[in-house]
Design a binder for this molecule. Structure first.
Ligand code: PHE
Length: 461
């Protein structure tokens, strides 16, 4: 294997950690608790896990198969997989465009996490009251200089790592950040379980109450599906891009299942950190929306550890560092999508490609950052830039991209090509292959279509 080139992950573990790094991100530690809080807790989680298994994992495995079979870039990968049929190479437009869209708004929240980590590190939360946190967040997120400054820092860090290349940048970054992330999450969950609200928090997370979702079933299904796709990073071609750097001997089905397990585990652990803490303060509700992590939590950390300021300091610092690392390993995969297309298709050098993509993201990211303040009145279909980009990515492009990817693998690609890719040329036994094939041919496309039909009012779930 060409392990000394910089176009392939050097080790099996490196590839797994890079893919898991893409999947584990703000989607797990920020979006998941927010969506779970807003959609009624455990019942939502059940639907989410179902979508993850039935749609998310098969899509991920399909992206892996396409990417690795092609071995070079997403456009070539699609082309090669179907033997150059009917312009499927234009599927590469999805990662190219969505790489910009997703990173632009993701970098805004990643910037907030970085600012909060720095503030926590300087003990900036000590002695603050509940109202101070609300005021502080509003002041920060609406301040045009502060919010764009942190977007810039996040993008600069991301660009630096991507510019270093597959092994020296992406893989090394994942190998350093992912183990730290797991360590922090275990420490934080352990601490959180000692809090007085642990029982109630765990009940909210794990005891389904279907009454809470009955009135709003259709939109909760869409949210759960959007969350499953977002959290696994499927549908945009991110994993397909990474899979171009996988080694021929990797077991794609196993990797897909491992990434999904790690991702779900981290999301649940984030819930175990957050909800017991929230329930430990009387009168607080978990459905606080996007501000949960930035307004409710720092206040909660301060209050629950009021008697032991050192613990309050450690808890908030570790928590925001955890968010920063989760965000960075994902933002790296986002930038790599568009960068690799400039690099591979247009044959620009990697550093220049990363720089061009970063500059585009910075422009769009500033629009998203400013949509909390100066540009809050500028609306597209009633949504601010930030909300519009999130809607486009999580609720539109991801399901459509994921569905097309399944249709491609299930119906367009020759069966023996797909089977041979997943079994490494017949050398691996993959007992789940028939189930996987059924899911990508029938279940995934039909589910996505049904949920869209419901959203458009053609059905009423
Ligand atoms: N899965 C990432 C998260 O959970 C987000 C992501 C989406 C990353 C799309 C890459 C592509 O935060």
């Amino acid at each position: 294997m060409t392990q000394n080139t910089n176009n392939v992950f050097a080790s099996k573990l490196g590839a797994l950690l890079a893919a898991a790094g893409s999947a584990v991100g703000l989607g797990n530690v920020w979006r998941f608790p927010t969506e779970t809080g807003a959609n009624g807790g455990a019942a939502f989680i059940l639907i989410y896990v179902l979508f993850m298994l039935l749609l998310g994992v098969p899509m991920m495995v399909s992206e892996f198969a396409i990417g690795r079979h092609g071995g070079s870039s997403v456009a070539e990968a699609y082309d090669k997989m179907c033997g150059g049929k009917r312009g499927w190479k234009y599927m590469a437009a999805i990662p190219f465009i969505s790489g910009f869209l997703v990173l632009s708004y993701y970098a805004v929240v990643a910037g907030w996490t970085l600012f909060y980590a720095v503030t926590a590190g300087m003990n900036g939360f000590a002695g603050k009251e509940a109202q101070d946190f609300t005021d502080g967040f509003v002041e920060f997120s609406t301040n045009p200089y502060a919010s764009t400054f942190w977007v810039f820092i996040v993008l600069a860090l991301t660009c630096g790592i991507v510019a270093l290349g597959v092994q020296r940048g992406i893989e090394r970054g994942a190998k350093i950040m992912m183990p730290l992330l797991f360590l922090f999450i275990v420490i934080l969950a352990g601490l959180s379980l000692t809090l007085p609200g642990a029982g109630e928090g765990l009940r909210f997370l794990f005891q389904p109450d279907f009454g809470k979702i009955s009135g709003n079933f259709g939109s909760i299904m869409l949210s759960a599906m959007g969350q499953a796709f977002f959290s696994l990073s499927v549908g945009l071609g991110t994993l397909c891009t990474y899979a171009c750097y996988f080694r021929k001997e990797d077991d794609l089905m196993k990797d897909g299942l491992n990434v999904a397990c790690i991702d779900t585990l981290v999301a649940l652990m984030a819930g175990i950190i957050i909800f017991p803490a929230v329930y430990s303060i009387p009168g607080l509700e978990p459905g606080a929306g996007p501000s949960l992590v930035f307004i409710t939590l720092p206040n909660v950390f301060n209050q629950v550890f009021a008697g032991t300021p050192f613990l309050a300091y450690v808890f908030s610092l570790l928590f925001y560092l955890l968010l920063v690392m989760a965000a960075l390993t994902s933002s790296i995969s986002m930038l790599e999508m568009s960068t690799s297309i400039f690099h591979r298709q247009l044959r620009l050098n990697r550093r220049l490609s990363a720089l061009i993509c970063t500059i585009v993201c910075l422009g769009l990211g500033m629009l998203c950052a400013l949509s909390f303040g100066e540009l809050s009145d500028v609306k597209i279909f009633g949504l601010t830039f930030f909300e519009f980009f999130d809607f486009l990515v999580a609720k539109l492009i991801m399901p459509i991209g994921g569905m097309l990817c399944c249709i491609f693998c299930g119906w367009v690609v020759k069966e023996n090509v797909l089977r041979s890719e997943l079994t490494n040329g017949g050398t691996l036994s993959v007992p789940l292959y028939p189930l996987y094939r059924f899911l990508i041919r029938w279940v995934a496309p039909i589910c996505v279509l049904l949920i869209f039909a419901n959203e458009l009012g053609l059905l009423s779930l």
